[in-house]
Write a protein that binds this ligand. Structure first.
Ligand SMILES: [Ca+2]
Ligand SMILES: [Ca+2]
Ligand SMILES: [Ca+2]
Ligand SMILES: [Ca+2]
Length: 432
C-alpha cells in the first residue's frame, strides 16, 4: 500500500497545482443581453437564488462579456432608437477592456461587478449568466468562466439591413460569429498565458431568433442557419463530441396577446413586415387592415420556434427549452430579472456536465480524486494536457498538436472518447 502511494505520487508534477477553469458560452441577441432588466429590480432583502446580491456565487464566477464590437451603434444610433428608445437599454455593452488593445485582465470580471452599462452605474443588466452562475454554484461547481457575446436585434440570417450591422450568420465576415471566435481565442489565451491555468469548454447556450421573425425569408432560412451555427460552434469552441448545446425557444406570446401596436416599444415587433427594406404595418393599421398582419407574424414566429425544435430533434447533442411561461419586463418581450434567472437555471439543469472535483476530495475505494487531479490517477490535470490527441481526431476535431494548448478536453491517448484528464485507465472506459 505504501509502495502504491509512492508510485502514484511520483507522477505528480510540482508545478501543476493551478486551476482548471470551466468555460460556459452564452450567445445570442437581446435575451442573451438581458435587455430591459436592471439588477436593482431584484430583491435585496431576501436570501437565496433571486436576491440582488448572491455574493458567494456571483463572486465565485468570472464573466467575460463582449458586444459585437464593444462600442454600440454610432452613425446608426438614431435609426436604432426606433427600436430602442431608451438609449442603452438594448445592451450594446461589454465587461470592460474596449478597444483594439484590450487584454483579458481588463475584460474579465467577477460576475456582479462585471457588467458595464453606460450611464447606468450600479444598475446592470441581468442576463442568463446570473442564473447559470448561481445554479452552477449551488450544484457545487467552481472555477466557472462565462463567456458571453451578445448584440441586441441581430439576426441569424445574413443581413444587409442597416439595423443589423452584426448578424450571427457563420458565413458573414467580421460580424458576431467572428467576434465570438475572436473573444474565445482571447479568453483561452488569457487563461493559458496570463493565469497559467488550464480549461475545458463545458457548455454552449443560445438564445436568439426574434429578429428573424420579421422578414419571411429570414424565418424560412432559420433552421438551416441554426444547424450550421451549432455544427460550427462545436468545432470552433472546442466542445467535446459528447458536449451538450442547449437553445432557448423565442416566445413572444405575451406580447402578441397583450400589446397593441405602440410605436417605439418592442411590442411593435409583431407589426414588423420586413427588414430589407424596413417596413412596418402602420399603413395597414391606419387603414384598418392591421388584423391581416399580425397573423402573418404569428406564423413566422412559429416557423422560427419550430426550426429551433427541429434542430434539437435532429441532433442528440442539442436540446431546447421553452421560456414562454417566464415573466416579462415592461415591454412584454424581454424576460424580466426573475425570468432571466430562471432561464439561466434551466439552461444548466438541461445540460450534462463533464465530471469535475471542485472542492473537497472525493474518495472512491483506493482512489482519491482531487480538484487538481479529477480522475485520481496520480497525474495532475495540468499534466494531462499532453498532446496525445486521438488519431481519429474525434476529440474536438482538432487539427495539429493538442500538446500543452491549455485545453484539457482535446487529449485522448487511447482514443476511447474520454479525454485524458477524465481517463484513469488504458483502454475503453474512463474508470470513473
Ligand atoms: Ca489525472
Ligand atoms: Ca490539450
Ligand atoms: Ca481516453
Ligand atoms: Ca488521466
Amino acid at each position: 500500500m505504501i509502495l502504491v502511494f509512492y508510485i502514484l505520487n511520483t507522477f505528480v508534477n510540482a508545478d501543476t497545482d493551478s486551476d482548471t477553469y470551466s468555460i460556459i458560452i452564452v450567445a445570442g441577441q437581446s435575451q442573451a443581453e438581458g435587455s430591459s432588466t436592471s439588477r436593482v429590480n431584484l430583491p435585496d432583502d431576501s436570501d437565496g437564488f433571486y436576491k440582488r446580491n448572491y455574493s458567494a456565487a456571483d463572486s465565485a464566477t468570472k464573466f467575460w462579456w463582449a458586444g459585437a464590437d464593444g462600442k454600440g451603434p454610432e452613425t446608426l444610433e438614431d435609426y436604432l432608437r426606433l427600436f430602442f428608445p431608451n438609449n442603452g437599454i438594448a445592451g450594446w455593452s461589454q465587461s470592460g477592456g474596449a478597444g483594439a488593445g484590450d487584454v483579458g485582465s481588463q475584460r474579465i470580471k467577477t460576475l456582479v461587478n462585471g457588467q458595464t452599462r453606460s450611464g447606468y452605474a450600479g444598475n446592470e443588466f441581468v442576463g442568463p449568466e446570473y442564473g447559470i452562475a448561481r445554479s452552477l454554484y449551488d450544484k457545487g461547481r467552481r472555477k466557472v468562466i462565462i463567456l458571453k457575446v451578445s448584440y441586441g436585434f441581430q439576426s441569424l440570417e445574413q443581413s444587409n439591413s442597416p439595423a443589423i450591422p452584426w448578424d450571427w450568420n457563420i458565413h458573414s465576415t467580421g460580424k458576431s460569429y467572428d467576434k465570438l471566435k475572436s473573444e474565445f481565442s482571447k479568453l483561452t489565451s488569457y487563461i493559458r498565458d496570463d493565469l497559467d491555468a488550464k480549461y475545458t469548454v463545458d457548455g454552449f447556450f443560445w438564445t436568439q431568433g426574434g429578429t428573424d421573425t420579421i422578414q419571411p425569408s429570414y424565418a424560412d432560412n432559420y433552421k438551416e442557419n441554426l444547424r450550421e451555427l451549432l455544427l460550427a460552434a462545436r468545432n470552433d469552441f472546442q466542445l467535446h463530441p459528447n458536449a451538450h448545446i442547449v437553445t432557448a425557444k423565442i416566445a413572444y406570446q405575451q406580447c402578441v396577446d397583450h400589446s397593441f401596436p405602440l410605436i417605439g416599444i418592442y411590442c411593435g415587433i409583431p407589426w414588423g413586415k420586413n427588414l430589407e427594406p424596413l417596413e412596418f404595418a402602420f399603413e395597414e393599421i391606419l387603414n384598418g387592415r392591421g388584423a391581416t398582419v399580425q397573423p402573418a407574424y404569428v406564423s413566422r414566429l412559429n416557423q422560427v420556434r419550430d426550426s429551433i425544435q427541429e434542430v434539437a430533434d435532429d441532433y442528440s447533442w442539442v436540446d431546447t427549452m421553452d421560456v414562454g411561461d417566464q415573466p416579462r419586463a415592461w415591454d412584454f418581450v424581454h424576460l424580466n430579472e426573475v425570468g432571466q434567472l430562471t432561464v439561466g437555471k434551466r439552461f444548466t439543469n438541461m445540460y450534462k456536465f463533464p465530471y469535475r472535483v471542485d472542492e473537497a476530495n472525493v474518495v472512491v475505494g483506493s482512489q482519491v480524486r482531487t480538484p487538481t487531479d479529477f480522475d485520481g490517477d496520480g497525474i495532475a490535470n495540468n499534466d494531462e494536457d499532453n498532446g496525445n490527441s486521438c488519431s481519429s481526431g474525434i476529440i474536438n476535431n482538432q487539427n495539429g498538436s493538442t500538446d500543452n494548448n491549455g485545453n484539457l478536453g482535446d487529449d485522448d491517448a487511447d482514443c476511447d472518447g474520454f479525454p485524458d484528464y477524465l481517463d484513469r485507465v488504458n483502454g475503453v472506459g474512463s474508470g470513473l
